[in-house]
Write a protein that binds this ligand. Structure first.
Ligand SMILES: Nc1ncnc2c1ncn2[C@@H]1O[C@H](COP(=O)(O)OP(=O)(O)OP(=O)(O)O)[C@@H](O)[C@H]1O
Length: 226
């Protein structure tokens, strides 16, 4: 569970101050599927980065499964981030000289698993995302939608419970965007907590809860009725 209490993130000082986040209170339960919406510059990415432990708030408390993240040193913070949180980037962040299989395998390498076990996990994740026949290909041989699935297979295999995505459909056409959202739904059904930033209400509608952020404050928090 994620609990944010009165989170502020300020840049600059005095008359030059930018309040990217200005007193955010938010609780996100395990296995929620939440979209963060709001105008440009309203603080969406800042909020996502703080939830993802990529950035620290200026003030406030952030509890992840009961532990106050703001009290941890950088080393402990990155250890928790690597274990529990995974980011899906808009440009997919695939390694172009590695095969699809090797790309999906990356999060497994620091773990002490034999080759057979690794292959088993890779095949399972690839099957869940419908790319099991693409494993030997190079990323450039795949469509954008398929590349995105590889990125998600890698996120799935990382074992992280929380998947964060900043404008994940930004580089996709409508059809691939919808397919991607259906994959997020599937991952959510598998128990993953999904939090994404989007400008697009048609994208946000796939989630079960939408928050609106304006000038660094949460102005709306809606359950999506399907
Ligand atoms: N490193 C930084 N230094 C100074 N100001 C920053 C920094 N990062 C963000 N900001 C400011 O904080 C505010 C919130 O930025 P943020 O990127 O979170 O907005 P956003 O809602 O994600 O915007 P967009 O939809 O355009 O990506 C903006 O006014 C931005 O200019």
């Amino acid at each position: 569970m994620i609990v944010l209490k009165d989170i502020c993130k300020y840049y600059g000082e005095g008359s030059e101050i930018t309040k990217a986040l200005d007193g955010v209170n938010l609780t996100i339960k395990k296995s929620e599927f939440l979209s963060i919406m709001g105008p440009s510059g309203s603080g969406k990415s800042t909020l996502l980065n703080i939830i993802g432990c990529m950035d620290r708030p200026t003030s406030g408390e952030y509890y992840l499964d009961g532990k106050d993240m703001t009290k941890l040193n950088d080393k402990d913070l990155s250890r928790i981030r690597n274990k529990q949180i995974t980011f899906v980037f808009q440009n997919f962040a695939l390694m172009e000289k590695y095969t699809v299989l090797e790309n999906i395998e990356l999060p497994l390498l620091p773990r002490n698993l034999n080759r057979r076990k690794r292959k088993e996990l890779i095949f399972k994740a690839a099957s869940q995302l419908g790319i099991e026949s693409q494993l030997k290909k190079m990323p450039y041989q795949l469509s954008r939608g398929q590349q995105q699935r590889v990125a998600l297979a890698r996120a799935l295999i990382s074992g992280a419970d929380i998947i964060l995505a900043d404008e994940p459909t930004g580089a996709l056409d409508q059809k691939n965007g919808e397919e991607l959202m259906n994959i997020f739904l599937k991952l959510n059904k598998l128990g993953k907590t999904i939090i994404l930033v989007t400008h697009d209400l048609n994208v946000a509608k796939f989630s079960k809860r939408i928050i609106q952020i304006i000038d660094g404050r949460i102005m709306k928090d809606d359950k999506v009725l399907l």
